[in-house]
Design a protein. Structure first.
Length: 407
């Protein structure tokens, strides 16, 4: 274990990846500094309040804030830091290609302040081969800085629990860097898995792409069944009941958020655009909102008010990044008379209260299946589109097929 006197700085430390990690590291005794550029989040964190939803995080934050955890925008903190963990990854550009410019700028900026002998850990997803490029960049500047890649594989919203329960992959080019990174994470993780950097980069991309592909299979089957006027979930329940070989058969729903499609595209770019399964998955998952609109179109959509319930990218979250509910909103704004959107968590001044959305809409679509919606009741004359099976007693497919909804 690294002695507690070793200081850790998390760059991007007030975000969805950095803050839960910083909180857990502080809980386990490390002096942690969260370096961020968002003044509002910094103020909230230092006051012991979470700037976003994360299960179980705020009570622990309240315990460690002002003690062995502090947030700042001052990069001078890097000069005394022993371990720097950066959550800056490699995003995709407007042409759906990964770009490293932002990462390079960030790494160069960090090296201006980092002391020799420090350990730099890349935490967020990077394109395959980027860890080596960063390693060479450090060497070309003659810096004595160890480098490791330790990808996060945490489900947003459950990070506090999963950081201490799931295995942690650790990768480095040199034995000293590998050992130092291992010592950081074995303090909190139950199992450490050592890989070569390229293996670790692919492991992270495989993890997210696998989930994205799995969701695409279910969404494709959902569209096939619904187009025939059938209830996908009757079929899903039939093939999964007491049948172990179908355990991985996911339910249908919007597959979105800041990671899954991006990481699938990064794997596609790495393959020379020969990742055909990934391309197909993107067409299916990104096409689900279009399918919903196509199913509603014959039902006098142009004269209907549509309400979308849930604008976050997944249930129980306030994160709207890359949410397909917003894509659905844009599509419906072209074809429907009016579109109302609501969400109990997402901060968006354009949202309306839930009651208004339900009262004024003829068509109701579940965008994110927040459990707060589970007990809602609707007048029978309203058309309800429930991709997620939040209300299994409502047969929305039969309604869309013109057969009448069963209550």
């Amino acid at each position: 274990m690294i002695p507690s006197k070793n200081r850790i700085t998390v760059v991007g430390g007030c975000g969805h990846v950095g803050l839960p990690l910083g909180i857990v590291l502080a809980k386990y005794g490390f002096p942690v500094t969260l370096l961020d550029i968002d003044a509002t989040k910094i103020e909230m964190v230092n006051a012991g309040h979470m700037p976003f939803m994360e299960s179980g995080a705020e009570p622990i934050l309240a315990e460690v804030a002002g003690k062995n955890l502090a947030a700042t925008s001052d990069r001078e903190c890097l000069r005394t830091t022993d371990v720097v963990i950066t959550v800056i990854g490699t995003p995709v550009d407007a042409h759906l290609n990964p770009t490293v410019h932002e990462l390079y700028r960030s790494i160069d900026g960090l090296m201006e302040f980092m002391k020799d002998g420090a350990l730099l850990i890349l935490r967020s997803t990077v394109s395959p081969g980027v860890t080596r490029l960063v390693y060479q960049r450090i060497q070309s500047r003659g810096r004595d800085i160890d480098l490791a890649f330790c990808p996060e594989r945490i489900a947003e919203g459950n990070a506090i629990e999963e950081l201490v329960k799931l295995p942690q992959i650790v990768a480095a080019f040199e034995a000293r860097a590998m050992q130092r990174a291992r010592e950081v994470f074995e303090t909190i993780a139950p199992v450490i898995i050592e890989l070569e950097p390229l293996e670790a980069e692919l492991a992270k991309l495989f993890t997210n792409s696998w989930r994205y592909l799995n969701f695409a299979v279910s969404n494709q089957f959902y569209m096939l069944a619904t187009a025939c006027g059938l209830d996908f979930y009757r079929i899903h329940n039939a093939v999964t009941q007491d049948y172990p070989r179908m355990r991985s058969f996911a339910t249908a729903g919007f597959a979105a958020g800041p990671c899954l499609v991006k990481d699938t595209l990064q794997l596609s770019a790495f393959s020379g655009n020969n990742f055909f399964l990934g391309h197909s998955a993107m067409l299916i998952n990104e096409g689900l909102p279009n399918f919903v609109v196509s199913q509603l179109r014959p039902h006098d959509l142009q004269n209907k008010t549509v309400a979308i319930l849930g604008m976050a990218f997944k249930a129980g979250s306030d994160d709207k990044r890359d949410s397909l509910s917003y894509k659905l909103k844009k599509l419906l704004e072209v074809e429907a008379k009016r579109v109302l959107c609501t969400d109990p968590f997402v901060p968006d001044k354009n949202l309306v209260p839930l009651k208004q959305a339900i009262d004024e809409a003829e068509v109701i679509v579940v965008g994110a299946p927040h459990r707060e919606y589970a007990d809602l009741q609707f007048p029978r004359e309203k058309t309800v589109v429930d991709i997620w099976n939040l209300w299994p007693h409502l047969r929305q497919v039969a309604e869309l097929a013109g057969a009448g909804r069963k209550g």
